[in-house]
Design a protein around this ligand. Structure first.
Ligand code: GLU
Length: 308
């Protein structure tokens, strides 16, 4: 018998106590100065269920920088806008390489391997920007997230965006490199500015769990995209959601998910739950160390897995 919501709620509190006892938090991302001073010893989790309840434990109401989790929402906007045409500009294969690899882009002649590595996300943001100003493109992503979370109190942390813009030399290099291959249609500084602001969206675990309900096909979730497009996004989250740690995450957790260097995780248990997790310390691949462990333990406890 799968556990009932009350049992899951108790488990989340035990999990929260367990990770604090374990005290192995990982390292916060220090290449974005604004994120470097965050205390890694923090943990929150929220689990949105089909009956509309959201179970929570720990710091589930603390805002954090969603960073690369935003790539799920920008891809959703672009898929909604131009559909399959997006694959003319970006691939759908796991990279097996660092999230900001320049080497890969050279080898693939400017067509990024997938939309979740930085080069691929820059192309998606560039597509979002086409025919719009950066403010309009950002509004489109923000409106999407606010609609799917059914919460207007979601904002961009400008200090984080500025901090990344000042130090984002690798992303700047990637954008110019894409442009040299003809796969960046807007001025690199405009695409980069939009991308840095999109990454600097701040959300809580509660908001993230609500925002992911459309991906889990939960009853009552706002209808954001067709079921076929949702399936595609879940497939990409499963195969590419954790950079070169994607295979390991699929092996340990068995559910589509997307990480961000702010320590957030959006995990999707199709038909069962949408899960927001945050713990800012990262592992060697740049994924939340305790967040991954928590997702693994929750999957074991509930039996939630796309692999049966
Ligand atoms: N804004 C970050 C970057 O481009 C996102 C990386 C991530 O969250 O994995 O470096």
């Amino acid at each position: 018998m799968p556990p009932n919501p009350d049992e899951i709620a108790r488990f989340l509190d035990e999990l929260c106590a367990y990770v604090h006892d374990l005290n192995q938090w990982g390292q916060v991302a220090d290449y974005i100065p604004e994120l470097a001073s965050i205390d890694p010893a923090q943990f929150g989790i929220a689990v949105a269920l089909p009956d509309g309840r959201i179970l929570r434990s720990g710091q589930a109401d603390v805002g954090f920088s969603i960073q690369s989790i935003s790539k799920v929402f920008s891809l959703a906007c672009v898929l909604g806008r131009i559909g399959e045409q997006v694959w003319n500009r970006v691939g759908r294969e796991p990279s097996g390489d660092r999230f900001d690899s320049i080497l890969l882009l050279e080898q693939e002649k400017g067509r990024p391997r997938n939309p979740f590595i930085n080069a691929g996300a820059l192309v998606v943001t560039d597509e979002l920007l086409t025919g719009r100003t950066p403010a309009q493109a950002l509004s489109e992503v923000m409106n999407f997230i606010r609609a799917t979370a059914e919460d207007d109190d979601i904002h961009i942390d400008k200090a984080v965006a500025l901090s990344e813009a000042e130090t984002g030399h690798r992303n700047t290099a990637l954008a110019h490199y894409l442009r040299s291959f003809g796969n960046l249609h807007n001025a690199p500084e405009l695409t980069l500015g939009t991308y840095f602001h999109q990454c600097a969206i701040e959300m809580t675990c509660m908001q993230l769990a609500r925002a992911g309900r459309f991906l889990a096909h939960l009853p009552g979730a706002p209808k954001m995209l067709s079921p076929a497009k949702v399936r595609r996004i879940n497939a990409l989250m499963m195969t590419c959601g954790h950079y070169d740690g994607s295979g390991n995450f699929a092996f340990r957790v068995g559910m589509p998910a997307k990480s961000g260097v702010g320590g957030g995780l959006l995990v999707i248990a199709p038909g069962k739950a949408s899960i927001g997790i945050w713990s800012p310390g990262l592992d060697a691949w740049g994924n939340s160390q305790i967040g991954t462990l928590a997702a693994e333990r929750l999957a074991e406890f509930t039996g939630w897995s796309v692999f049966g």
